[in-house]
Design a protein around this ligand. Sequence first.
Ligand SMILES: Cc1cc2nc3c(=O)[nH]c(=O)nc-3n(C[C@H](O)[C@H](O)[C@H](O)COP(=O)(O)OP(=O)(O)OC[C@H]3O[C@@H](n4cnc5c(N)ncnc54)[C@H](O)[C@@H]3O)c2cc1C
Length: 418
Amino acid sequence: MSKGTKKNILVVGSGIIGLCSASYLLKDGHSVTIVERDPLGDSASCGNAGAIAATEIVPFALPGLWKDVPGWLLDPLGPLSLRLTYLPKFLPWLYLFLKSSSHQQVEKTASAMSAYLKNAFDDYAPLLGEAGLQSLLKTEGSLTVYKSEKGREKDSYYWDLTRRNGIEAHNLSRSEILEREPQLGELAKCGVYTPRWGHFANPADLIKGLAEQFTRNGGTYITDELEHIEHQDSHPASARTKGGQNIAFDQLVVCAGAWSARLAKKLGDHFPLDTERGYNTTLPTPGVSLNNMVLFAEDKFVATPMSMGLRIGGAVEFAGIEAEPNYKRCDALLTLAKNYMPNLNGTGGTKWMGRRPSTPDSAPVISQSSHHSNVHYAFGHGHLGITGGAVTGRSIADLVAGRPTDFDLTPFRIDRFN
Ligand SMILES: Cc1cc2nc3c(=O)[nH]c(=O)nc-3n(C[C@H](O)[C@H](O)[C@H](O)COP(=O)(O)OP(=O)(O)OC[C@H]3O[C@@H](n4cnc5c(N)ncnc54)[C@H](O)[C@@H]3O)c2cc1C
């Protein structure tokens, strides 16, 4: 890289998106600093289900989905909850979510997500190889199970759209399910196997390993909270932290997860980001062992075999960023899991809540700012931050370098809801 193109870049946030972006920016020869508020290990990126769900290209807002919502909200074990005090703040996001659920928009988003996730595995390869983290990645595919053929038929539009975008998905009978997962009980009647799926055996180790490699490669890591952005000649030029540090930069990359929209607002960019809070429990001695990651379609939870036990998680809770966790949701998920795995030992687990930074159309923001050419955004990855982390990181490096990206970034722009 020539001297003139080498920049001082400040990346806000060291979740999976910040770390992948910072790592790819370092590869381009830039001088990169990460500023991260919390101790490593606290972010959504550390406690999640670990999937590289490269087949999950269909957005959540599907045509007709609204019909299921009242039933889910009324069910105490249901997959969706909304704290009533949060309703007024939630309505504008809900409006855009429902607007995104038209057939035309869903088809467009699925096609954009398919192009985005095409390199989900390949773009991790150099990062994992360099950091010696390859053994964390399991690439055995995933199994989605249904309680009835009727349940699978209800999802036929989802699977049809997935297949139409070139993704392999094989229908399985109960006996074929049991060949893959002999420890599933009576409730699993049929399913779908998707080979292009993997998972990290410990997402927290992934984050720690990438952060260590970032500093070994010459990156600077600051633990502090970015509070203010100062301008020079009407462009953002330095950041002031809560701890009183002043960090000058040529380029700023905002990867602050659920907190990103607040920072974007300070820079004049308004984006409808909300937080889908999710829960899980990691069982150290589950009494059941799974070979694949298993998704339980009708009850909307997943089980991931991890290095430290079996992680049972899911749920979507809209309550804002700051509300206290409601760990009863972890208990509800374990109750559901026991229905499918009668031998499950639900004791001794570690409960966790994380904040998915979610957009109304389920597509992330990977974009230059609408106002400042030296500001880029990478946030809003919702349920797919681990999945798309490396692709987003590489795309951010392309944007900063002014290189063309290998897929169209228009559907990922920050101003798409304006
Ligand atoms: C229950 C659950 C299961 C999930 N399972 C999966 C899965 O299987 N596969 C998948 O792909 N995704 C999954 N996800 C989603 C995934 O975890 C997120 O999409 C991803 O972690 C988001 O990464 P991020 O880097 O954008 O945000 P984060 O991981 O939240 O990182 C953002 C960081 O920015 C920091 N920050 C914020 N503001 C500031 C500031 N002002 N100054 C300094 N630092 C700041 C925060 O401290 C934080 O560490 C799951 C999520 C949940 C909740």
